[in-house]
Design a protein around this ligand. Sequence first.
Ligand code: HEC
Ligand code: HEC
Ligand code: HEC
Ligand code: HEC
Ligand code: HEC
Length: 201
Amino acid sequence: MGWQKWLLFIVAGSSVWVLAEVVSRAQAAGPTASSQYVTSGVFTPAHATAASAFKDFLDLHPEHPVQPIAFTHTVHLAKRMQCTTCHVGVNRGPDAQIPNVTFCMGCHMVIDTNNPEIKKIAAYQARREDIPWARVYNYSPSAHVRFNHAPHIRAGVVCSTCHGDMTKQTTAERKVNLNMGFCVQCHKQKQVSVDCATCHY
Ligand code: HEC
Ligand code: HEC
Ligand code: HEC
Ligand code: HEC
Ligand code: HEC
């Protein structure tokens, strides 16, 4: 018994880990594990369902994912709200961030309270759960992509270049395919680094 033993150990160990992961994700998808969404003040990319975890694993991106609340960018932007009112991280660091349920209720405690969608939001807050938004733009960890919003915003690249016109979207749609060619094309044009390590880790 030499390296074979270790190989067996690693294979057996990792399959137990995979199994445990699958089981815990499946359990987390059940109605009992609401603690996953207890508002922490930060958006977490945790998967709402085992199916969404599986899709992420396969790196599938539906153009218009089904969302738990019929949120409308159109309506809020027509009220002259800025992107940064809600996506507070966008000009500060890598993540734009999605606001939590407490933030929404800051207005909706009094605005449009009879709307069934607003009642759903209030119910999430009452249960101390965050709204389990499905992600629209995101790279799976296996793509090893490093993206940072702030330098793009500082350099004057507008949101619509990468996300389309949000004033015409209800919940966000995947209007732009943010593949490698798209990124590299602009970096070449603007003479920004196209070293692999700029965007990959
Ligand atoms: C700064 C205040 C403010 C915040 C914060 C806010 N909203 Fe609103 N929201 C409004 C206003 C104003 C309306 C329009 C109400 C109306 O037309 O009567 C609205 C309307 C809505 C509607 C109804 C849309 C429709 O089609 O009429 C939904 C759903 C909604 N908001 C969800 C959310 C969610 C989810 C959040 C948190 C991410 C949020 N809102 C945060 C002010 C806010
Ligand atoms: C150069 C392209 C680019 C620009 C410009 C850009 N984004 Fe993004 N955005 C991305 C990419 C890529 C992701 C996915 C990042 C990931 O998965 O790591 C993303 C993700 C997001 C998310 C999801 C939450 C998060 O933090 O990842 C939000 C919200 C968002 N962008 C909002 C904005 C807003 C608001 C602006 C303008 C102020 C903007 N973006 C400008 C490329 C861009
Ligand atoms: C009132 C709050 C609010 C405002 C203002 C707002 N957003 Fe959002 N945004 C949200 C919420 C809530 C979500 C999650 C639901 C969804 O995907 O539409 C979201 C999702 C997104 C996403 C998809 C994130 C993902 O899952 O990858 C993008 C991109 C985005 N917003 C861009 C913008 C841009 C650009 C603006 C300004 C033009 C803007 N948003 C203004 C609340 C807001
Ligand atoms: C429309 C033009 C444009 C697009 C599209 C674009 N970038 Fe950039 N990117 C820039 C500019 C301009 C800078 C340099 C900003 C500066 O000089 O600080 C930059 C800088 C960066 C940086 C360096 C950040 C740092 O910390 O210095 C990274 C990483 C990056 N981009 C990744 C990406 C990825 C990944 C994509 C595709 C999702 C992308 N970019 C798409 C224009 C673009
Ligand atoms: C400006 C940013 C950027 C640079 C520079 C960059 N990549 Fe990428 N790359 C990406 C993004 C974004 C993806 C993910 C595409 C997706 O998942 O849709 C990607 C994906 C990939 C993939 C997965 C296959 C694919 O095409 O989706 C490989 C392999 C890869 N890159 C290799 C490289 C190598 C090698 C270099 C250096 C020569 C490099 N990349 C430079 C942004 C970049």
